[in-house]
Design a protein around this ligand. Structure first.
Ligand SMILES: CC(C)(COP(=O)(O)OP(=O)(O)OC[C@H]1O[C@@H](n2cnc3c(N)ncnc32)[C@H](O)[C@@H]1OP(=O)(O)O)[C@@H](O)C(=O)NCCC(=O)NCCS
Length: 86
């Protein structure tokens, strides 16, 4: 999963709300086993959101995204249904 918030609405907890809503959909309704998210290593806000959502870091994918003419590395975090407390 991923999240994006309008520039004029950042800093209000909206991306965290999006993440929790997606996890409720994934685990409570769809009964999925695992949800993961990736963000650019330098994206400290998204890394923080993954932590707030209870996701655990699984590793760094080195230069796995070619964007705006350069290679970006990504942090991958995930949460299992057994770790989701609702
Ligand atoms: C990144 C983005 C989703 C954040 O949205 P948001 O609604 O402001 O996020 P939230 O308010 O839910 O949470 C942000 C958290 O990161 C923290 N944070 C913000 N900037 C930070 C920084 N530079 N360093 C460390 N933490 C930071 C905030 O303090 C907050 O944590 P807290 O609740 O513990 O204080 C938004 O800026 C965005 O859409 N950016 C462009 C698209 C993008 O990068 N999407 C993610 C792709 S993986």
């Amino acid at each position: 999963m991923g999240w994006g918030v309008s520039q004029d609405r950042v800093g209000n907890g909206l991306a965290t709300e999006i993440g929790f809503a997606m996890m409720r959909l994934a685990f409570d309704r769809l009964r999925l086993h695992r949800v993961y998210a990736q963000c650019r290593v330098e994206n400290a806000a998204s890394c923080r959101i993954m932590t707030k959502l209870g996701m655990r870091q699984e590793g760094v994918l080195r230069e796995n995204v070619l964007a705006r003419g350069e290679w970006w590395s990504s942090v991958q975090c995930a949460i299992l249904s057994s770790e989701w407390s609702g």
